[in-house]
Design a protein around this ligand. Structure first.
Ligand code: GLY
Length: 391
């Protein structure tokens, strides 16, 4: 546990060090192209190493996003060509509806195709991302007012939203902008409002998922999927809430979302252990031998750096400095330094950890995760440039 006063005594990463680490990460990413141009990185490493995989699951957009972030750093034509090849894979995937019967269209298509469209004006990227937004729109449930995360549409045992989905909403705002169709924005705004209303508990920790009654849309209950227990705060879920609140505010300018952002962030920061790398669930504190989830700190830092753009200078400075502390801790304790150790960027992530109270098998425990690597690189980019988000 931490106090804010104590956190303020931790060192921040300097701009020079962040720039150096960004360059180092870009080199690792470019070095990985030989294996990962016509293949993707899987959701997580195994014993520190990613092995080539197809364009399936909810996570492949992160690797392509890393390629675009590295391209922004170096301008390398090799990186650009690899990003463009991957865009073709994403277009084929959404046209053929390969493993897209779920809500994670934003995680897949924002860092891959929206990024490509913004950086290069690639028309295939635009087409793919709009098709992905349309695919997500099919999952909107009028009864309850939310995008159903997983499973057969309307099925009682999956009639729920999950906090992660806040990161899928920017794809809909973007699709609204490029097509002029107001429906994307309207449905995203309804989902965000309901997610904020139901997943946040009175102490400003968060539920991972929240069920509704499929017949009436009435709220039912908060339940975990990847957290330790229903009533605990899954660290990455809290981070999705932080970044989701910041991105929601940036689009909707609802002042309630600033307040929510501040409260979720305060909970996150004050529940960090001594070294600032969160355990995978905030039930665990210093002294526990449970694994960490470095990706939660990386995503939370990005949320703080996004929100800082919309706050008074005093508050902005506070959140930038907290993000710079988290990134320094990640650089010190988790960044890959030796290519014999890993071909990823950020060690000590946890995709899922089984508990007596959740429904997950162990998966990617104490490994690199594709999103951990991506958000670490995004945070370094945000700390060193005036970055135009892919989200
Ligand atoms: N969005 C799924 C996860 O964070 O594991």
């Amino acid at each position: 546990m931490q106090t804010i006063e104590r956190l303020l005594t931790y060192p921040e990463i300097t701009a020079g060090e962040a720039e150096r680490l960004r360059g180092h990460a870009a080199d690792i990413i470019e070095g990985n192209l030989e294996q990962f141009t016509d293949a993707f990185q899987p959701s997580n490493s195994t014993n520190g190493f990613y092995t080539p995989s197809g364009n399936t699951t909810w996570t492949t957009g992160f690797w392509t996003g890393e390629i675009w972030l590295a391209y922004e750093k170096t301008g390398s034509s090799r990186l650009r060509a690899a990003g463009e090849r991957q865009v073709e894979s994403f277009l084929e995937r959404i046209r053929n509806k390969v493993d897209v019967a779920h809500h994670d269209m934003g995680f897949l298509y924002s860092p891959s195709c929206v990024a490509a469209w913004k950086l290069t004006g690639n028309e295939h990227a635009r087409e793919a991302a709009v098709l992905a937004a349309d695919n997500l729109m099919e999952r909107f449930q009028e009864k309850g007012g939310f995008f159903q995360a997983w499973g057969a549409l309307g099925a009682e045992d999956n009639y729920r939203l999950i906090i992660d989905c806040l990161l899928n909403m920017p794809l809909l705002f973007w699709a609204g902008d490029v097509t002029g169709n107001p429906d994307y924005r309207q449905k995203a705004a309804i989902h965000i409002q309901n997610a904020m209303k139901y997943v946040i508990r009175p102490d400003h920790s968060t539920y991972h998922t929240y069920f509704f009654d499929p017949a009436t849309g009435e709220p039912r209950k908060g339940v975990t999927h990847q957290g330790y227990r229903d009533g605990s705060a899954w660290a990455r879920g809290q981070a999705w809430g932080i970044y989701g609140a910041a991105l929601s505010y940036s689009r909707l300018k609802n002042p309630e979302y600033i307040d929510i952002f501040e409260k979720l962030t305060d909970f996150f920061l004050t529940h960090l252990p001594e070294d600032l790398v969160p355990y995978w669930d905030f039930d665990f504190q210093d002294g526990s031998d449970e694994p960490r989830d470095s990706s939660a700190a990386a995503a939370a830092a990005c949320g703080m750096l996004e929100m800082a753009k919309h706050l008074s200078e005093q508050k902005a400075q506070y959140y930038r400095s907290m993000a710079a502390r988290l990134v320094r801790a990640l650089a010190e304790h988790c960044a890959v330094r030796d290519s014999r150790e890993s071909n990823g960027l950020l060690l000590h992530g946890t995709y899922a950890k089984s508990s007596p109270y959740n429904t997950c098998p162990d998966l990617g425990v104490d490994e690199c995760t594709s999103w951990g690597d991506y958000y670490y690189m995004e945070a370094l980019t945000r700390l060193t440039t005036d970055w135009d988000p892919y989200w």
